[in-house]
Write a protein that binds this ligand. Structure first.
Ligand code: NDP
Length: 474
């Protein structure tokens, strides 16, 4: 995508080296390298040098064979062939990219590595969050090469206070526009389509307020279970993993006032403003629910009880399904509940924003059959748009019928991580989370985390493969 009116990226120096810390990790193999392949295939970033680093004792050959594997997986799923420059870059990188063994928490080790690389450098911290924080603290003692960009994954800190401390550390290293806090949902084409849908159509914006909208639900339910990520997930849970970051960002795009431009300053100012006005809707004990899956079946697969999975500590009471209701205190949204929900091991995946409109103020006598309000569904995978309306139906023309106007939206040729890396390499932080937003997202969910820690909200259970505990969605 192009980034109009960006304040910084046109003058940002070209990144020469992309250094991925955590080269042997899950994120790097499954998402980052395929994202890089999709970017290169578009002919972007084709002259970069890629360096992988990590604590594993890998040889360059092991790293290159990982590159080959991830690049060819991306190639197999690409909708279009790579352009010539892209093909050449893919071939060059997977035969020449170097691997460096490093403990990034060791004082001086990372600074020494940076000194040996061609700058400007983008450092991608694909590391466990605590290790990323430590690596950034250790870097405080050194001068970074000019133009260094820092790319931090979620979760950004573990609460408002630690996010603030991490922001201060990062600010002491490089200016804000050289910091990319990744939320790859902001790279999803359907999520970005919310902007076009809302602000390029006369039809919706006049109705986009509390006069016409009853409620907004943002749901990301998956059939996927732990996928060998117990070490991370059991300390995070559904609220921190999904709602605190991704779903609040989606909510913000649905709730923002029209920005003057889609630029890093104007768009992110609006996101910051709407999140500052957002809070849990009343007492957390009433506005949140949590649950954990037990043994069940998904499709033909038996799923063990969450607490019996390797690496899980049942005493942590980690939720695999979370729901919170938030309110936005503004003229536009006063009184409209925003319900955010996400869970794992559910019978059916449901990934969408559902906007429910208020009933018509008056239905003329003689028109019958209406029992459902107008609803707009924005699907996040598959990427779809559906408008559910009532029209005169077949048979008795005055008996109304439900009709759905549907469209499949074209996904961007770049994967979400391709979009993320495009922003990093071009020096445009438009799609990255600004420092204030990273802290606000924690501020919003912290009352719920506290209430859960104090057991003010029961941890319910649901069998894997079900729709969740009975009575959900609430
Ligand atoms: P993994 O645990 O799979 O990988 C972490 C990597 O960091 C490993 O390569 C590990 O090497 C390396 N590492 C750990 N300690 C050090 C150290 N001291 N010095 C150098 N390297 C070190 O984690 P993920 O890839 O899953 O996650 C990475 C980040 O991405 C996290 O912040 C996560 O929240 C985020 N994320 C992950 C997603 C995913 O689907 N995996 C999705 C979205 C975000 P070794 O194995 O040798 O210890």
């Amino acid at each position: 995508m192009s980034y109009p009116n960006s304040e910084t990226h046109e003058h940002s120096p070209r990144i020469e080296t992309l250094l991925i810390l955590g080269a042997s990790g899950d994120l790097t193999g499954r998402l980052l390298l395929p994202g890089l392949a999709s970017l290169l295939a578009e002919g972007k970033g084709t002259d970069i040098t890629l360096v992988g680093a990590g604590s594993d004792d890998w040889t360059a050959e092991q790293w290159r064979s990982r590159l080959k594997e991830s690049f060819s997986a991306a190639h197999d799923t690409a909708q279009n062939a790579a352009d010539d420059a892209g093909e050449r870059a893919l071939a060059r990188i997977q035969t020449t990219s170097e691997y460096v063994r490093i403990d990034v928490t060791e004082p001086g080790a990372l600074a020494k590595l940076l000194g040996s690389l061609q700058g400007p450098i983008a450092i991608y911290f694909a590391l466990p969050p605590a290790i990323s924080q430590k690596a950034c603290s250790v870097l405080k003692a050194s001068d970074l090469p000019a133009g260094t960009r820092l790319v931090l994954e979620k979760p950004f800190g573990s609460g408002q206070e630690s996010a603030h401390a991490l922001n201060e550390t990062l600010a002491s290293l490089v200016p804000e526009h050289q910091i990319h806090r990744v939320d790859h949902f902001l790279g999803k084409s359907t999520v970005l389509n919310i902007l076009g849908l809302r602000f390029a159509n006369r039809l919706l914006e006049p109705l986009w307020n509390n006069n016409h909208i009853e409620k907004v639900e943002i749901v990301f339910d998956e059939a996927l279970t732990l996928e060998d990520r117990a070490r991370y997930y059991d300390t995070a849970g559904a609220l921190r993993d999904m709602i605190q970051s991704h779903l609040l960002e989606v909510m913000a795009l649905i709730a923002i006032d029209p920005p003057t431009s889609i630029s890093e300053r104007d768009l992110r100012d609006q996101i910051g403003a709407v999140l500052r006005a957002t809070a849990i809707d009343g007492a957390p004990a009433k506005s949140s629910r949590r649950a954990r899956y037990t043994a069940g079946t998904i499709g033909a697969c038996d799923v063990p009880n969450y607490v019996d999975e390797a690496g899980i500590d049942a005493a942590r009471q980690t939720e695999t399904l979370a729901e919170v209701q938030v309110a936005v205190s503004s003229w536009r949204w006063a009184g409209v509940p925003f319900i955010l929900r996400s869970g794992k091991a559910l019978g059916a995946a449901r990934k969408e924003a559902l906007i429910t409109f208020k009933p018509v103020p008056h239905l003329p006598a003689g028109l019958t059959g209406v029992d459902t309000p107008t609803r707009l569904r924005i699907g996040f995978g598959p990427d779809t748009l559906q408008l559910e309306i009532d029209v005169n139906g077949p048979g008795d023309v005055f008996t109304l019928n439900r009709t759905t106007l549907s469209a499949d939206l074209h996904a961007s040729r770049l994967s979400p991580y391709g979009e993320v890396l495009d922003g990093v390499l071009s020096g445009d932080p438009l799609l990255s989370v600004r420092s204030d937003t990273a802290e606000e997202c924690w501020r919003i969910v912290e009352p719920v985390l506290k209430a859960w820690k104090n057991n003010e909200v029961p941890l319910e259970e649901y069998p894997a493969g079900s729709d969740g505990p009975s009575g959900w969605p609430s």
